[in-house]
Ligand binder design. Structure first.
Ligand code: GLA
Length: 383
C-alpha cells in the first residue's frame, strides 16, 4: 500500500460514520428513547386523529416535560405503492407530512414502522425491494424513528441474511442524511444483542411481544439479566412496550414494570391511551426520579445481584457514585427483604431515598430492609 493510500484509509476510518454508532457528536439515542407507541391500545384501528390526540396528551399530561418524545405509529398505516414504487399511507392517514409537522410543532418526534419483508406482521405493505425509496419517503415526511419488524422477511431471507437485511435499511436511512433512530424488531432472534449495534440498531427487541399481564411482564423483564454488556449510549436492549395503563396490571405490578424497565435502561414507550389515563397511571409514567434512573447519562444497564426463589434484588450504577436498587417480590404475599450494601458495591454507611415515595429515608449502616408487596417493588437510591 502506498503511503498516500494508507493515509486515505486512516482518514476515512476516522471521518466516516461507523454503522451502529451515531455520527460523531450526534445525540441519537444517547439515553434510552422515550415516547409512545399505538400498537397495544389501538392495533390496526389506529388513525391520524388518534395519533394527534395522543401526541397532544403527551404534552398536556406532563409526559413531554419528563422526557417522553417519540410518537410512534406502529403497523397498519400503509396503503399502496404508486407506479414508481413509492409507498402511500392508507385512508386512515390522509397526509403523513402534515401529521409529522403537527408532531414536530408540539416539540415531539415522529416514529414510523415497516418490515424488511414484503408484508408487515398485519399484512400491510413492507419495504422489501423498496428500502431506499421508503427511507427517502420517511425523510420527506420528517420521520425521526423507524421500527423495522421482521414479520414476512422470514419468507424471503434465511436467518443468516437477517443482519444484511437490517443493514440495508440502515444504509438507506443513512443516505437520506436525516437522523432516524433505528429500532430493530425481530423478537430477540439470533441473539440480536450481539450484532444489533453493528447493523445500525439504536435499540433492538430482545423478546417476543410482551402483550399481557404480570406473568408476561415478569417473565420478559427478569430474563433480561446478563444482556447489559451489549447496551450503552446509542444502542439499547428493548424488552418491549410498557403495559402500564392498559388494564392488565394492578398498581404494584405497574410499579414493578416501570421500576424494572428503568433499572434495565430500557426504552420507555408508553402503550396506553394517553388521552384517558388515571392519575395513578400518569404518576407512574411521569415520576421524574424513577425516570432519571432509566435516563442516567452513564447508560449502564442494571443486573440481578441476588435471588432467592421469587425474591430478586437488581442494581443499576448511576452517576455521582450512587446506585439504584430494586427489591422485587414475585410471590403472592408481601415479604420482608434486605439489601446488603456490599452486594451493590456501596460503602457500609449510605443515605437511602425511596424513589416512588420521593422521600429520604435516612442514613443506614450495612443493610436496608423493607416489606415488599406481592408482585411489587421497593425502589431506592443509595448515595
Ligand atoms: C409484531 C411486533 C409488534 C407489533 C406488531 C404489529 O408482532 O413485535 O411489536 O409491531 O408486529 O403487527
Amino acid at each position: 500500500m502506498t503511503k498516500s493510500l494508507w493515509w486515505l484509509c486512516l482518514v476515512s476510518a476516522l471521518v466516516l460514520p461507523s454503522p451502529g454508532l451515531s455520527a460523531p457528536g450526534s445525540p441519537l439515542a444517547a439515553t434510552p428513547p422515550m415516547g409512545w407507541n399505538d400498537w397495544y391500545q389501538y392495533g390496526c384501528k389506529v388513525t391520524d386523529a388518534i395519533v394527534r390526540a395522543n401526541a397532544l396528551a403527551m404534552v398536556q399530561s406532563g409526559m413531554k416535560a419528563v422526557g417522553y418524545t417519540y410518537v410512534n405509529i406502529d403497523d397498519c398505516w400503509q396503503g399502496q405503492r404508486d407506479a414508481e414504487g413509492f409507498i402511500h399511507p392508507n385512508k386512515r392517514f390522509p397526509d403523513m407530512k402534515a401529521l409529522g409537522n403537527y408532531i414536530h410543532s408540539l416539540g415531539l418526534k415522529f416514529g414510523i414502522y415497516s418490515s424488511p419483508g414484503p408484508k408487515t406482521c398485519a399484512g400491510y405493505e413492507g419495504s422489501y425491494g423498496h428500502e431506499k425509496q421508503d427511507a427517502e419517503t420517511y425523510a420527506r415526511w420528517g420521520v425521526d424513528l423507524v421500527k423495522y419488524d421482521w414479520c414476512s422477511a422470514s419468507k424471503v431471507y434465511s436467518p443468516d441474511q437477517m443482519r444484511a437485511a437490517y443493514r440495508k435499511m440502515y444504509e438507506a436511512i443513512l443516505s437520506t442524511g436525516r437522523p432516524m433512530v433505528f429500532s430493530l424488531c425481530q423478537y430477540g432472534l439470533e441473539a440480536v444483542w450481539r450484532w444489533g449495534a453493528s447493523v445500525g440498531g439504536n435499540m433492538w427487541r430482545t423478546t417476543d411481544d410482551i402483550g399481557g399481564g404480570y406473568d408476561r411482564v415478569s417473565l420478559f423483564g427478569f430474563q433480561q439479566n446478563g444482556l447489559g454488556k451489549f447496551a450503552g449510549p446509542g444502542h439499547w436492549n428493548d424488552p418491549d412496550i410498557l403495559q402500564i395503563g392498559l388494564g392488565r396490571l394492578n398498581y404494584n405490578e405497574e410499579l414493578t414494570q416501570m421500576s424494572l424497565w428503568c433499572l434495565l435502561a430500557a426504552p420507555l414507550l408508553a402503550g396506553n391511551d394517553l388521552t384517558h389515563m388515571t392519575e395513578a397511571t400518569r404518576e407512574i409514567l411521569t415520576n421524574p426520579e424513577v425516570i432519571a434512573v432509566d435516563q442516567d447519562p452513564k447508560g449502564i444497564e442494571g443486573h440481578r445481584v441476588w435471588q432467592e426463589g421469587p425474591l430478586e434484588i437488581w442494581a443499576k450504577p448511576l452517576i455521582h457514585h450512587s446506585v439504584a436498587v430494586g427489591l422485587f417480590n414475585r410471590s403472592l404475599s408481601p415479604l420482608p427483604m434486605t439489601v446488603h450494601f456490599k452486594q451493590v458495591g456501596m460503602p457500609e454507611t449510605v443515605r437511602v431515598r425511596d424513589l416512588w415515595a420521593r422521600k429520604d429515608l435516612g442514613t443506614f449502616h450495612h443493610t436496608f430492609s423493607a416489606e415488599v408487596p406481592s408482585h411489587g417493588v421497593v425502589l431506592v437510591k443509595l448515595q
